[in-house]
Design a protein around this ligand. Structure first.
Ligand SMILES: NC(=O)c1ccc[n+]([C@@H]2O[C@H](COP(=O)([O-])OP(=O)(O)OC[C@H]3O[C@@H](n4cnc5c(N)ncnc54)[C@H](OP(=O)(O)O)[C@@H]3O)[C@@H](O)[C@H]2O)c1
Length: 272
């Protein structure tokens, strides 16, 4: 049996959650993995680490340059870095909304723009964007977060068609609810306190979301979706990794009356 060439892979947001699990698994598979961290970690990582804040172009450029200096190529990028700012849309300032987009959407765009010239020059590569089921199903009180993931869905589909002639593959993993650092790292908008007209509803909905996230500790489906995409010559665009009932809900949504859909979502999150 022939041995496959070691892939050089960049995984953003590798300090915890999916990013750490993906980077660890790929390094275990024999890939040369660079996991990016915002803050240097005292922990030993089973992969190489690089400093990168996806909201800062200079750090993105420097991290990509380091990998190219060392290896002369990057074979794959997993755009995973992300976070959630929750709260009612009315309670979200433009600055908070911008911060949400700066990380989840523009962060992905910065990294793509930094690596694409090199993938094109090399004649191919793979970009994997970590989207979300919230990129199909907007969640109340995670409206801005959902908007960033809807944006990632549109962006990834368009990018995929643009770069296909250069041998570059683009795919998304769309996780449902998983226990990562996401729940604890979720920020509430500054105006979400008890004075907000939405306080009770928002608190109830986010508590339910947090419970659903923390109930699912097995990150393997998301890690394995990344492995599948990397192995595949022609990966599907979307790789949803959620419970059967969540996947069914997403599949049925276009066929359900909007009023029925909304009452199902409101019921799930205890909203009037
Ligand atoms: N958990 C879920 O249920 C779920 C569901 C669907 C989609 N997702 C998506 O999965 C991805 C990974 O999140 P996770 O669930 O694994 O949460 P997590 O454990 O909180 O990990 C998020 C990672 O992103 C990094 N990050 C945040 N802001 C960054 C920035 N400005 N620059 C660079 N890195 C940054 C964090 O680094 P720091 O340690 O420096 O903050 C951390 O390494 C996100 O895109 C999220 O939207 C999660």
């Amino acid at each position: 049996m022939g041995t496959r060439r070691q892939r050089v892979v960049l995984v953003t947001g590798a300090s915890s959650g999916f990013g750490r699990a993906i980077a660890t698994a790929l390094a275990g598979d024999g890939d040369r993995v660079y996991g990016s961290l915002r803050a240097p970690s005292p922990d030993r990582c089973p992969f190489d680490t690089l400093a990168m804040d996806v909201t800062r172009e200079d750090t993105v450029t420097a991290a990509v340059a380091t990998i190219l200096e060392r290896h002369g190529r990057i074979d794959a990028v997993v755009n995973n870095a992300g976070m959630g700012i929750a709260g009612a849309i009315e309670d979200t300032t433009v600055e908070e909304a911008r911060a949400q987009f700066e990380t989840n959407f523009f962060g992905t765009h910065r990294v793509c723009r930094a690596v694409l010239p090199h993938l094109r020059a090399a004649g191919g590569g793979t970009i994997i964007n970590i989207s979300s089921l919230a990129g199909h199903v907007p969640l109340p009180f995670q409206g801005l977060y959902s908007a960033t993931k809807f944006a990632i869905e549109a962006y990834s589909e368009a990018l995929r068609m643009e770069v296909r002639p250069f041998g570059i593959r683009v795919a998304m993993v769309e996780p449902g609810d998983y226990a990562t650092g996401f729940t604890a790292n979720r920020r509430m908008t500054a105006a979400s306190g008890p004075a907000s007209a939405y306080h009770d509803a928002c608190t109830r909905a986010i508590a339910r979301m947090a419970r659903d996230e923390q109930a699912n500790r097995d990150l393997a489906p998301v890690v394995d979706a990344v492995r599948l995409i990397l192995r595949s010559g022609r990966p599907a665009l979307r790789h949803p990794r959620a419970t059967a009932s969540q996947r069914l809900a997403v599949a049925l949504r276009p066929f359900l009356p909007q009023s029925l859909w909304e009452s199902l979502v409101r019921g799930t999150y205890g909203l009037r």
